[in-house]
Design a protein around this ligand. Structure first.
Ligand code: 6PG
Length: 265
């Protein structure tokens, strides 16, 4: 697959291929900056859910410095997390810690607009219910309402998980809760995660995927047959929004079609 762009007609899906991880991070930073400005111009604020893992770190570090830092309306940005490990906020595994170290502490987001998942709470169900309440309050939702994020950043695991929605998880079948705390057998731990109804209510879900180790799963997610048990990442398809796949050449090397052709998503 060449560097370039492939846009779907049927379901709003766009695949953009970057030459390497550095180019991917810059493309993501440009995209993020544009979306932030458009969101604030449209609604007076930018609602964002951050991804965890390692891939987004380059992006976060870029956003924290010029030329991006001063182009983003941080004062109107409301930051949430797509998922969190069940560890304290200062733990090496914490997604909050990674985002704070690389981005949050370097930019002027008002403290009350930073919404951390309480991974340290030993009662994971209470932690997920509390975050759900915080979401409803921040988005001014009535009972049954679903928050519509301007941007949800996501990574994809080699097993096709997205956020902390892992293959075979009952959390994939959740249709009413906004936040759940599934037990992840493979990791032998609980996680906190937004549910598919929230991911699929977004204006944009943006996957950042890099590296050859993701290529096989990426082909299955983007080009594979519609099976009965699709990888979780394939279930992210906003009803009234777009899913954008920002991938590097290594991750894209098994994809069949060029990025420049249209495809039924
Ligand atoms: C997490 C993430 C998870 C991540 C993928 C990809 O908490 O780990 O939310 O969904 O995005 O596992 O991780 P890498 O970017 O490290 O490959």
């Amino acid at each position: 697959m060449a560097v370039g762009r492939r846009r779907s007609e049927v379901r709003a899906r766009e695949i953009v291929v970057a030459a390497d991880p550095a180019a991917l991070a810059h493309m993501a930073a440009d995209h993020f900056t544009r979306l932030a400005g458009e969101s604030v111009a449209r609604a007076g604020r930018f609602t964002l859910a951050l991804a965890g893992g390692s891939t987004p770190e380059r992006l976060y570090a870029l956003l924290a410095v010029e030329p991006y830092r001063s182009c983003i309306p941080w004062g109107a940005t409301h930051v949430f997390w797509g998922d969190e490990r069940c560890v304290p906020p200062g733990h090496a595994e914490s997604n909050y810690r990674m985002a704070t170290k690389t981005l949050i502490r370097h930019v002027p987001i008002p403290r009350q607009q930073i919404h951390r998942m309480r991974g340290e709470d030993p009662d994971v169900d209470q932690a997920s219910a509390e975050y759900e309440r915080e979401l409803r309050e921040a988005f001014g939702l009535q009972a049954g309402g679903i928050p519509r994020f301007d941007l949800i950043l996501l990574g994809m695991g080699r097993d096709g998980h997205a956020a902390s929605l892992f293959p075979g998880s009952p959390a994939l079948r959740e249709v009413t809760r906004l936040v759940v705390a599934p037990y992840v057998d493979r990791l032998q731990t609980y996680r906190l995660t937004l549910t598919l109804p929230v991911l699929n209510a977004a204006r944009e879900a943006l996957f950042l995927v890099s590296g050859r180790d993701k290529a096989l799963m990426l082909r299955s997610v983007l080009d594979g047959p519609r099976g009965t048990d699709p990888p979780p990442a394939r279930l992210v398809s906003p009803r009234d929004g777009i899913v954008t796949w920002l991938i590097d050449l290594d991750a894209a090397h098994l994809l069949e079609r060029s990025a420049t052709r249209r495809d039924p998503g």
